[in-house]
Design a protein around this ligand. Structure first.
Ligand SMILES: Nc1ncnc2c1ncn2[C@@H]1O[C@H](COP(=O)(O)OP(=O)(O)OP(=O)(O)O)[C@@H](O)[C@H]1O
Ligand SMILES: [Mg+2]
Length: 260
């Protein structure tokens, strides 16, 4: 059987800013697969390459080497139109850490959620879009009274719910969650993780959750990988075995959580 998402031997490097002849190797031979309907986690410290990997999966960056397969489809390799083809073949979406800059501050909440709906084909009428927006607000547990509000009038937790509503507006099959709850208070984090869990079931979503925070990852994910300096160094396929990790890097990340 084909894997839903297969990441094969991804390498990536960036030109160094100080010296353009030098390259910084950011991902080294990264391979894994994600099954449909699961939440797959990647944990690693700051600078380990998590967001770069996420952007490659979304098709926002073309990797230096390697390929990504969606449902076994290999057409994305070496194409000049990498990004466009990838995005049009399987509906993907993302929620990032920085909810303040993810939304236009001069838009009302209604306009923010309306943005992705306007791009959907076949075109929805204004009335249909309004219906969709109301349903999306309901999905993320927010009151319709927020529709005319502006981002600065919402709390961080409410704003991140708006970002989630916008992320599911295009009916994605796969959502990248890049530090999606990291900027919020712990109690709000738990509420959002519960929301993400419920939406995953209800909408049959597949998640890739990347974070430096192992606690948040284990709350949502069934399997996870440790990423260190761009290399996958250890995998956990059964969370009950998490305490058995062998690498000192994984142990350090785990111990930081246990001490806390
Ligand atoms: N567009 C870019 N140009 C040059 N270097 C970059 C670029 N994006 C990321 N890098 C570098 O690649 C490395 C990995 O960055 P990345 O953002 O993927 O890490 P991360 O694991 O997401 O970190 P964090 O936990 O802080 O978000 C870093 O050293 C970073 O400086
Ligand atoms: Mg990052």
């Amino acid at each position: 059987m084909e894997h839903f998402i297969k990441v094969e031997n991804i390498y990536h490097r960036f030109r160094q800013q100080e010296n353009h002849n030098q390259w910084q190797q950011v991902l080294h031979d990264v391979s894994f697969h994600i099954n449909q309907g699961e939440c797959f986690g990647i944990v690693g410290e700051s600078g380990s390459g998590k967001s770069t990997l996420g952007r490659i999966l979304l098709g926002l960056i073309k990797p230096w080497k390697g390929r990504i397969l969606f449902n076994g489809d290999q057409q994305y390799t070496k194409t000049r139109f990498w990004q466009r083809q990838l995005l049009s073949t399987i509906p993907v979406s993302a929620v990032f850490q920085d909810y303040t800059s993810s939304a236009n501050p001069t838009f009302t909440i209604e306009q923010i959620i309306d943005e992705p709906l306007r791009g959907i084909i076949p075109r929805l009428s204004r009335q249909q879009r309004r219906q969709e927006i109301m349903q999306l607000l309901d999905y993320v547990g927010l009151s319709l009274s927020l529709l005319e509000h502006y981002p600065y009038q919402l709390s961080g937790g409410q704003m991140q719910r708006i970002c989630i509503a916008r992320a599911i507006a295009n009916k994605p099959q796969f959502i990248l969650l890049d530090e999606a709850v990291s900027a919020l208070d712990v109690s709000v984090q738990v509420q959002l993780l519960d929301l993400l869990k419920n939406l995953q079931k209800e909408l049959n979503l597949t998640y890739l959750f990347i974070s430096h925070d192992l606690t948040a990852i284990t709350y949502l994910c069934q399997r996870l990988l440790f990423l260190k300096s761009g290399k996958l160094i250890e995998s956990v396929n059964d969370l009950t075995q998490l305490s058995q990790v062998t690498q000192s890097y994984s142990k350090r990340i785990l111990n930081a959580v246990l001490e806390f």
